[in-house]
Design a protein around this ligand. Structure first.
Ligand code: HEM
Length: 366
């Protein structure tokens, strides 16, 4: 299986449910699968062409930018992607809008439902809510799955970390995998898994230069004045790999986020993968919890180890070395083979017995 793709489906299903009350079912519904593929393709492509280092035109004055765009076919690609994105966003918006009066808990629990039912729409325009919905759907669509893929690759090369993570997790649930499977999404009980998520986010640093920000006023820094309107980048990679803060920064050591004596989380050590300050990632809690749940479920279900091919080639896990697109905003590692074997057949049996019949799929968006 393609673990990254599966976790993209997972993120999308969560995001569409929260945002529009839409139940995405890629396993039983081909229209949903097509929708998911389209969204994954368009959003991933946009991330690549929005790179800060490739788009020279972004740094030109408006007049030169128009000329540059005129002679450059990037605009055509951008326009096509823009229209494709608008299409699915508007279909999803209509999906919720046309179901406001149904007695449907998914719709009534959706962010969009609250917006449509709110009497005071002056606070936020339809354009703004569409933009918020877009962020909900797109912001974690690559970042979360890529981090998850990286955590799995690390487990495959570090059997002791994998073993410890599984045992620590089970310890929190009376050593009962089925209880753990059913309850692990309710609270992040296992400090060691939390530390694994933090260490993954730190070492991998999916957005190494964070996002560009423009200053809104002059800033005095030591002897220099940074004028209003200057574009700044935070070098999250440097912060996350600073040997003064993180001993052996290129090694995967979840324990660094735990207190040595108590074995509990030590929250004084911070990573920079979600940015910092007032404009840090707004989805950080959601993304963190998604990663936590995915990791718990995978280590419960599978024994994760290195594939023979990887052992033969001794593949690197240095994010910069395995990055396929050095000019993109995000680090995207080369596909990495990992061996997954079923760990717990009782768990599989329980899931097969419990699996819901194919959803009645009362409606689809296409
Ligand atoms: C592992 C997954 C994710 C990573 C690593 C990540 C990382 C980041 C980073 C580095 C920034 C810029 C922060 C800064 O400039 O200081 C950012 C901004 C943002 N992220 Fe995320 N993000 C992730 C997932 C998500 C998700 C799932 C959502 C929404 C559901 C989200 C919503 C946002 C929003 C709205 C902003 C802009 C905040 C602002 O401008 O005030 N992110 N993210």
């Amino acid at each position: 299986m393609d673990v990254t793709k599966e976790s993209q489906y997972f993120h999308l299903a969560v995001a569409l449910r929260i945002t529009y009350g839409y139940k995405l079912d890629v396993t039983n519904n081909t229209a949903d699968k097509d929708l998911a593929e389209e969204m994954i393709f368009v959003e991933n492509y946009i991330t690549k062409i929005r790179s800060h280092v490739q788009n020279v035109q972004d740094y030109l004055p408006r007049f030169f930018r128009i000329i540059f765009n005129y002679f450059n076919n990037i605009s055509e690609v951008s326009l096509d992607l823009y229209q494709r994105r608008e299409k699915y966003l508007s279909n999803l918006f209509c999906f919720t809008k046309h179901r406001l009066d149904l007695d449907d808990q998914d719709i009534q629990g959706a962010m969009m439902y609250d917006y449509c039912k709110s009497t005071n729409k002056d606070d936020i325009s339809e354009r703004q809510i569409t933009s918020i919905c877009l962020t909900m759907v797109s912001a974690g669509l690559d970042n979360t799955p890529l981090n998850f893929q990286y955590a799995m690759s690390q487990f495959s090369q570090s059997p002791s970390i994998y073993k410890k993570a599984r045992q620590e997790l089970l310890d929190c649930y009376d050593n009962d995998p089925i209880k753990c499977w059913k309850e692990c999404h309710t609270s992040m009980k296992c400090d060691y898994i939390v530390a694994v998520v933090k260490e993954t986010l730190r070492l991998f640093t999916v957005l190494p230069m964070s996002l560009p920000r423009a200053t809104t006023k002059d800033i005095i820094y030591q002897d220099a004045v940074i004028p209003k309107g200057t574009t700044l980048f935070m070098n999250a990679w440097a912060g996350n790999h600073d040997p003064k803060r993180f001993l052996k920064p290129m090694e995967f050591i979840p324990e660094r986020f735990l207190d040595l004596k108590t074995n509990k989380l030590d929250n004084s050590l911070k990573h920079f993968s979600f940015g910092i300050g007032a404009r840090m990632c707004l989805g950080n809690n959601l993304a963190f919890k998604e990663l936590y749940i995915l990791i718990c479920k995978f280590i419960l279900m599978f024994k994760i180890s290195a594939s023979n091919e990887v052992v033969a080639h001794c593949s690197s896990l240095n994010p910069l070395e395995i990055n396929m697109f050095p000019f993109s905003i995000a680090i995207e590692p080369r596909p990495y083979k990992t061996r997954y074997s079923i760990q717990d057949s009782a768990l599989v049996e329980m899931l097969l017995n419990e699996s819901e019949p194919a959803s009645s799929a009362s409606a689809t968006v296409n």
